[in-house]
Design a protein around this ligand. Structure first.
Ligand SMILES: Cc1ncc(COP(=O)(O)O)c(C=O)c1O
Length: 437
């Protein structure tokens, strides 16, 4: 692909308009022709720092040699098998993932995408509990398949008919912009009590699951207050809900521990992993307890796809786990995250429009506001900064959630301090230019 000529590029750009379905607001204005480590390259060979790890997946950096080797080895062994046929990479992955998970999370299955892993979790929760009521937080993103999108409250719901019966949103714990206008900065979790109170008054007595991200990423890196998940789990247990934690983005080192739930004081009934498990190769997992698995099996649990338990993505997942361990990536994310956050907080002192800097490890959000007192969102400025960064060779994302104006920054966990410094320089220059013009 890197050998693409300028003639080819012109023709391909015309073909975009002729052939591609526009599945979001706009395509990036360049082609990605190569990706290595923390960088992606456009059709002119321009080097662009990727502080979004692709689509928040490539935590080891792009095309990590261990991932390339796993793919090559799978090409020599087996890429794909029929769905009921297990292979050594699949079982080894289960063993090695099991070794870093608690005793209550030892049964797992491997599918392709985050949405699918949440479909598995939601189907198991419904079968186990016999209920069908599902709660999720406002601002959530759990994927685009039917049940996952029914529990995604991040815009994009209009025009597709009814969501799954029994799905309900409760207010997300946004300490910066309290969803129930109750407090400012110091969340006392009234939002959680209000949400469950609303549920109680609507319920037909069929609780199944509450599905939550440990940090709401697409909502703008919303970090719930300390103690939130302990209280949430207690509220779930009182009513008979299973707790599903969706660690698509937070799983496998991103927030400074192997799994974000290790910092939350709870173990979920079902854990889902995806993006970071495949480092860019479609790979996802739903993980649960022996008890839930056994009961679902007795009740004839079915979730069959063309790619469940495929050997190639499993070999990649195994490579990811080994690099995570061998290169101490979780610890490294905690340390480089602190370093980066310090740089961003220093920048916040210079720019009034940076209302908040928040996150854990290398999952970081900047809140862009018109003024710090009113906290009014400034989406145009967030988009302008994103564009200016791209012009100067850095990808970061202004999140798309309505009424939010956060910029999301999540470099690969292998990012060097020199690359972080370069990123800070570019972001600083982007704010300067955006505010001068
Ligand atoms: C927290 C979370 N869960 C699930 C998904 C869906 O994953 P996928 O796009 O692989 O289906 C996403 C995607 O952005 C996500 O951020």
């Amino acid at each position: 692909m890197s050998a693409t000529t300028s003639g080819d590029v012109g023709r391909l750009k015309d073909s975009v308009e002729r052939h591609m379905i526009r599945y979001s607001s706009a395509f990036a204005p360049y082609f990605g022709t190569k990706a290595r480590g923390t960088y992606i390259y456009d059709e002119n060979g321009r080097e662009i720092l990727d502080f979004c790890s692709g689509q928040m997946c490539a935590t080891l950096g792009h095309n990590h040699p261990a991932v390339v080797e796993a793919i090559e080895q799978s090409c020599r062994d087996a890429i794909h098998l029929f769905s009921g046929l297990l292979s050594p990479p699949v079982v080894r992955l289960a063993e090695e993932l099991g070794a870093i998970l608690p005793a209550a999370l030892q049964k797992m299955m491997f599918v392709s995408t985050g949405a699918e892993s949440n479909e598995v979790a939601l189907r198991m929760a419904k079968l186990k509990t016999g209920g069908f009521e599902i709660l999720a937080l406002t601002g959530s993103w759990h994927g685009m398949t039917a049940a996952a999108s029914s529990s995604t409250y991040n815009g994009g719901r209009a025009g597709y008919g009814p969501a799954a019966a029994g799905t309900t949103a409760i207010p997300g714990p946004n300490c910066y912009r309290c969803p129930i206008k109750h407090c400012r900065d110091k969340c006392d979790m009234t939002c959680l009590d209000v949400g469950f109170g609303l549920y109680d008054s609507q319920s037909v007595g069929a609780p199944a699951a509450v599905i939550v991200e440990p940090i709401q990423s697409s909502a703008g890196i919303i970090v719930p207050p300390d103690g939130y998940f302990v209280r949430l789990k207690a509220l779930c247990d009182q009513r008979g809900f299973l707790l599903i934690l969706d660690e698509a983005q937070t799983g496998l080192g991103r927030t400074g521990t192997n799994f974000a739930f290790e910092q939350l004081g709870v173990v979920p009934n079902i854990l889902t992993l995806s993006k970071t498990l495949g480092n860019g190769v479609p790979m996802a997992a739903a993980v649960t307890s022996d008890e839930i698995e056994a009961e679902c099996f007795e009740k004839k649990f079915l979730f069959y796809t063309s790619h469940v338990s495929d050997p190639l993505p499993a070999a990649v997942g195994l490579a990811v786990l080994r690099v995570l361990r061998d290169e101490n990536l979780a610890e490294r994310a905690a340390e480089t995250g602190r370093y980066f956050m310090d740089g961003l907080r220093a920048m916040q002192q210079r720019y009034e429009c940076i209302g908040d800097v928040r996150g854990r490890g290398l999952l970081i959000g900047l809140e862009i506001v018109k003024d710090r007192h009113t906290r009014q969102a400034d989406r145009p400025l967030a988009h302008k900064v994103q564009q200016l960064c791209l012009d100067m060779g850095l990808v970061l994302h202004a999140v798309r959630a309505d009424a939010q104006s956060a910029i999301r920054i999540a470099p690969p966990l292998t990012v060097s301090k020199a690359e972080l410094d370069k990123g800070i320089e570019i972001i600083d220059a982007a704010f300067r230019r955006a505010l001068d013009s």
